[in-house]
Design a protein around this ligand. Structure first.
Ligand code: GLU
Length: 293
């Protein structure tokens, strides 16, 4: 299985926290268990939401945890030409159209085909969503079916403020990097349908997707930068790694508590069983990572 190529693709909106470590670790272990490559891609597409120090701090913490990646780190902020090409291809096929509608004007009409308010200079580009039903298979979660017109609709691929949408950038880069397997949090599972449709339209290969559960706070909300999840520190990396493996249902032996990150990762690569997460959608974060509610 040397053709396996996985990736971790953080948005640099803040420092790495326990929730994002889980996605990094699961994608890393799945790749290494299959003797595959593992890349890191910084998804810095939205400067107003970003913290200018976050990308470097995320990379440093990954290294502190022993999660070393292959090849160069790709930064989406440097890939505009590639995204422009993707948009051009969709336009040439008649699958992208300009749209000046605000969300309020659209209401719950998701499928337009053509913009009802043309002729404005300020517009977004939308993907012309096909109609019908799409059923997606996931490595961990149950099959999910979408009624495309109602559930997906003509989604934005380039924003009115000219920023690229996550969906367009991610499929361009997954194809460019020849990513074969995507392991990420279940909060992104509905994005997979949009990504699948874009890949289909552009005749790009579909990676295999596995969506792992998300870690939650006491109040059931996902641990996230927006919810001020605690940043990870280098000082207790090995202890946190042990807890992350336990959270990922890998049952690391108690005797490995106190072992180095390298020893833990070697054990976890050998014993990795992604199936242990099948059907799980969320679990509380370990006590030390939850904020008291
Ligand atoms: N950049 C996205 C995030 O940080 C993840 C993208 C992906 O894994 O497809 O939520």
């Amino acid at each position: 299985m040397s053709e396996y190529h996985g990736r971790f693709a953080p948005s640099p909106t803040g420092p790495l926290h326990f929730g994002s470590l889980l996605a990094a670790l699961a994608s890393y272990l799945d790749a290494r268990h299959h003797q595959g490559r593992w890349s890191v891609r910084i998804e810095d597409l939205d400067p107003p939401r970003e913290d200018p120090t976050a990308a470097d701090s995320i990379l440093r913490i990954l290294e502190d945890y022993g999660l070393f990646w292959d090849g160069p780190v790709i930064r989406q902020s440097e890939r505009s030409d590639a995204y422009e090409e993707t948009l051009d291809q969709l336009r040439q096929q008649g699958l992208a159209f300009p749209c000046a509608c605000s969300r309020r004007q659209l209401g719950d009409r998701l499928h337009l085909g053509i913009c009802p308010t043309p002729g404005q200079s300020d517009f977004a580009w939308r993907f012309l969503c096909p109609s019908g039903e799409l059923t997606l298979h996931d490595g961990l979660q149950a099959d999910h079916s979408y009624q495309l017109e109602q559930d997906i609709g003509d989604f934005v691929i380039r924003r009115r403020d000219t920023l690229w949408s996550y969906q367009l950038a991610v499929i361009t880069d997954d194809a460019f990097q020849q990513i074969t397997h995507v392991v990420r949090g279940i909060d992104l599972i509905d994005s997979t349908a949009r990504q699948y449709l874009l890949q289909e339209a552009l005749k790009l290969p579909h990676p295999e997707y596995s969506h792992i559960p998300v870690a939650t706070e006491d109040n059931g909300q996902k641990l996230s930068k927006q919810n001020l999840a605690l940043p990870l520190r280098a000082a207790d990396a090995a202890d946190v790694l042990w807890q992350a493996l336990d959270w990922l249902q890998q049952h690391p032996p108690a005797s490995l508590r106190g072992a180095s990150c390298q020893t833990l990762l070697e054990w976890a690569t050998d014993h990795w069983q992604i199936e242990a997460l099948a059907g799980l959608t969320q679990q509380p974060a370990p006590a030390g990572f939850r904020r008291r509610s």
